[in-house]
Design a protein around this ligand. Structure first.
Ligand code: NAD
Length: 311
């Protein structure tokens, strides 16, 4: 059966990933950007990516790369990406005024059946949508880079996002085989960055207090906690580390609390330690090697995502 239409606004890194994910589930995808040249470049990139992934046996979905490419079309006008669309995935730069301007334009042409979904990493849905007539159709669907290999999507409604929008957005994310979580209410940082920042804060303190150097702090994560966290969250980890979570708290809550009483307030990441951490990172991953290292990261994530197809 003919699937509906999904619109991608902003054809950069994240827009391209979303386009491929939606096409893998047979949606008709239109991509829009501020000029057609950018759109065409993005479509060419998507084409070659999909073919490479097919060749490497890592293409998602159960239709060929050629069939997926057929489903993705570049368009020149905002109307073409908005009208008759089930869901618009906004992927323009993380600049509030730019996003609000775009939403103002969308607001004038969108009908009441279209979900307006933002890829924003930092803006609350209420802030993006407060001035919109169609504000109850806006929701955040925050992906993690690179979305094709990291399945989490944080779905964040504002207090005025309608229930059907939340439900349908989640269903679509499940349909394209991402792994959505739905926040019951908006909070700054959503969930992923709140957890990430708690970790970063403690890493900062461990280096600042001279307990570990930068490389060793990262090793605690990559060779220790991270090994589990690719498969189990911290709560289930605790559940398994005793005879269930209740028993874990009986055994460890006092010592845990004792350690946490020593935690220092959130540091502001500024001052001489910034340069020190930067220098230590540059000594094993120099700035000129960042792109090489990102490719290595993405290759590793591909292998991990293969491994995680547990059966
Ligand atoms: P990007 O800079 O790669 O791409 C943005 C694209 O939007 C560009 O092609 C630009 O020309 C286009 N654009 C700008 N204004 C536009 C407009 N008014 N209408 C249509 N297109 C417009 O950015 P990105 O890394 O793909 O990030 C996009 C969004 O996704 C941001 O909100 C970002 O916070 C979020 N996000 C990014 C990452 C990441 O790791 N890159 C992860 C999660 C979420």
């Amino acid at each position: 059966a003919e699937k509906g239409k999904i619109g991608i606004i902003g054809s950069g890194l994240i827009g391209q990933s979303w386009a491929m994910l939606f096409a893998s589930a047979r949606y008709n995808v239109t991509i829009y950007d501020i000029n057609l040249e950018l759109v065409n470049t993005a479509c060419e990139k998507i084409k070659s990516e999909l073919k490479t992934m097919e060749k490497n046996g890592i293409l998602r979905g159960n239709i060929s790369a050629e069939q997926q490419i057929e489903l993705i079309k570049g368009v020149a006008k905002l109307e073409e990406v908005v009208e008759g669309t089930i869901l618009i995935q906004e992927c323009i730069p993380e600049v509030l005024s730019l996003k609000q301007q775009l939403y103002d334009q969308i607001d004038k042409i969108v009908d009441s059946q279209t979900i307006i979904s933002s890829s924003t990493s930092t803006f609350l849905p209420s802030v993006l949508s407060e001035k919109m007539e169609h504000r109850n159709q806006l929701i955040v669907s925050h992906p993690v880079n690179p979305p094709y290999f990291v399945p989490l999507v944080e779905i964040v409604p504002s207090e005025w996002t309608e229930a059907w929008v939340i439900k349908k957005t989640r269903a679509i994310m499940e349909e394209i085989k991402q792994s959505p979580v739905t926040l019951a209410k908006e909070v700054p940082g959503f969930a992923l960055n709140r957890i990430q920042y708690a970790i970063l804060n403690e890493c900062w303190h461990l280096v600042n207090d001279g307990v570990l150097n930068v490389k060793d702090v990262d090793t605690v994560m990559s060779e220790g906690l991270g090994m589990r966290y690719a498969f189990l969250g911290p709560l289930e980890t605790a559940h398994l580390n005793a005879e269930g979570f209740v028993n874990y708290t009986e055994r460890y809550s006092n010592s845990m609390y004792g350690v946490c009483q020593q935690f220092k307030p959130s540091p502001k990441f500024e001052g001489p330690l910034v340069k020190e951490i930067g220098d230590q990172l540059n000594s094993h991953t120099p700035l000129e090697d960042l792109q090489k290292r990102r490719l290595w990261r993405d290759q590793s994530l591909i292998k991990l995502s293969q491994l995680k197809k547990y059966n």
